[in-house]
Design a protein around this ligand. Sequence first.
Ligand code: NAD
Ligand code: TYD
Length: 350
Amino acid sequence: MKKILVTGGAGFIGSHVIRLFVNRYPDYQIYNLDKLTYAGNLENLRDVDQKPNYHFIKGDIIDGDFIIGLFKKEQFDGVIHLAAESHVDRSIANPMEFIMANIVGTVNLLNAAKHIWKGHFEGKLFYHVSTDEVYGSLGDTGFFYEDTPYDPHSPYSASKASSDHLVRAYHDTYGLPMIISNCSNNYGPNQFPEKLIPLFINNIRHDKPLPVYGKGENVRDWLYVEDHAAAIDLIFHKGLVGETFNIGGHNEWKNIDLIKLLCRVMDEKLGRTKGKSEKLITYVTDRAGHDLRYAIDSSKLQKQLGWEPSLQFEEGIEKTVDWYLKNQAWLDNVTSGNYQKYYEEMYLNR
Ligand code: NAD
Ligand code: TYD
């Protein structure tokens, strides 16, 4: 497979996927299609954007005519689809943006792939990157498996669930070769500071309150972003067409415990008195429809393809904090302007 379209490659996970593929596969031509929303940042790719096998296309997956034209022109062999609106809180404030980007955008890509690849599906692949949030919420025990029934609760997870169903429908109805992976919460460098870990690192740095939703008892299963990118690489090349793979680190943390760990690491790194950052913890009104617990069983991926997460969480958190502290200009840049306004509106009433 030579010509690969990666959508959403300027975002958090997409930029790590692009970096991995551009460096690892010099024979491939990697096309990064991104609209550059508030979450898309070409700075994330500065170390690879001069490589001869990397190409950037600014464009919107919601624009069906543009997408079909692009597929006709470039004749991609494979698609790794990450472009999406990805933040639950934003989906609660503005669901339609999620319906358009995550559902309509995905259908536009599916239609283009189906049209261009019709009659010669051999060797082609539409890889859809999805989330464990489609499975809903767990109680204190149990795991999400690949055959766990979908039960999304937020407009974000409902839009991702809908896109997953459509990808499967194009496989079952038209024979489109596809694979879906559903991953747990990612963390690491280049994540937009609206998500828990980078938001709290940035707030601690500025001595701002840390808004913990509800009692902080919700549980998430955290995976270092490069481990997710490595899983995508493996599944893209070795996964069986038509299959679904769960990706997760068996690394569950109650929000409040994770936040206290982060505060401890930040105190150490900033040379602050022990316990100083924890004083910033502020309990605020819970997120509407807040899922209690996510936990992924990724044994299928481990058994079939031999994937395993490479980092322990404490190690990953330290690496992540170091990255954000070393890249304060990146943080300052993305937290200026429009984002600042959004942030104020979002947290003013909590
Ligand atoms: P992100 O918000 O950091 O990046 C999304 C990217 O998509 C941005 O570069 C943005 O500009 C681009 N984009 C958005 N709308 C677009 C449009 N209409 N046309 C073209 N480009 C558009 O998201 P992320 O955290 O990197 O997530 C990437 C994918 O992985 C998403 O599909 C998400 O659902 C999935 N996922 C994320 C996580 C996580 O923890 N972040 C976990 C599992 C799955
Ligand atoms: P988030 O990073 O938004 O990811 P997701 O909602 O997709 O899991 O949130 C992770 C957890 O942290 C989630 O339980 C909500 C909680 N949270 C807070 O308590 N405060 C915050 O300011 C944010 C952004 C999240």
